[in-house]
Design a binder for this molecule. Structure first.
Ligand code: DC
Length: 230
């Protein structure tokens, strides 16, 4: 019997920093048995390497020069590696968050990481979260969601997450950093943060995690017919 080859499904979730994209994407991917791809982790991993090498993150040419020596890996269990070093925890530190927007604004670094992201989505169904997934990385994604929440809600969520992880910071520090990063991410020349015209806008300010997951699964079902347990 000839088995029908199913075309992999791609779901793009974009939106500003700390809008809860990764929490939702991870849960929905687990339920649907899709691969979750955290593209922000890749820019963070690159930033980790830049800082480790003592390179100025605001020096685009010096950062670009590191491209050939940086190997970023996303492993299935959520482990992130740079040149085989496990940086899963280190890339969540505040120093990385403060510098990653510079690195993510450099076109050559983006092109290198985007190529890897596209390859990851070629042969398997994915939920990929980031800033430019629906607009640039996977413009033909089957499902596009633009997930937002008020800056205050996002700051509180990130603050609580950090507390749980033992990362020391103030709410005010986080709120200022989110505003600054959103500004850089949405004003860069190449592949900025912007809602794709065909993306579904999802404001999660007043929704629980469970409600958002249910809504995302509904949207995926509406667009692709794929539903858990089918
Ligand atoms: O989602 P995050 O906070 O981990 O992302 C880290 C940074 O990387 C953030 O400043 C935006 C940038 N980023 C990007 O420019 N494009 C992506 N696809 C994902 C993240």
């Amino acid at each position: 019997m000839i088995e029908k080859i199913k075309k992999p499904i791609s779901v793009a979730i974009d939106g500003p920093a700390a809008a809860g994209k990764s929490t939702i994407a991870k849960k929905a991917a687990k339920i649907l048995n899709f691969t979750y791809i955290d593209t922000g982790a890749m820019y963070r991993a690159f930033t980790y390497y830049v800082l480790k090498r003592g390179v100025n993150p605001q020096d685009e040419n010096a950062c670009n020069a590191l491209i050939p020596e940086v190997d970023v890996e996303l492993l299935p269990d959520g482990i992130v590696k740079v040149n085989n070093e496990d940086v899963t925890r280190a890339i969540r530190e505040i120093e990385i968050s403060q510098n990653v927007s510079y690195i993510a604004s450099y076109k050559n670094i983006r092109l290198a990481l985007v190529e890897q992201q596209r390859n990851m989505a070629k042969h398997r169904s994915v939920i990929m979260d980031g800033r430019d997934i629906g607009t640039y990385v996977l413009p033909d994604a089957d499902v596009k969601i633009y997930q937002v929440a008020s800056v205050h809600t996002r700051a509180i969520r990130r603050y609580e997450e950090n507390l749980e992880k033992g990362i020391v910071c103030t709410l005010d520090e986080i709120e200022k950093d989110l505003i600054r990063r959103d500004y850089i991410d949405s004003h860069r020349d190449f592949a900025p943060l912007v809602q794709a015209p065909d993306a579904v806008l999802l404001d999660t300010s007043k929704m629980s995690i469970e409600e958002v997951v249910i809504r995302v699964l509904q949207i995926i079902k509406e667009k692709t017919g794929v539903f858990p347990h089918e």
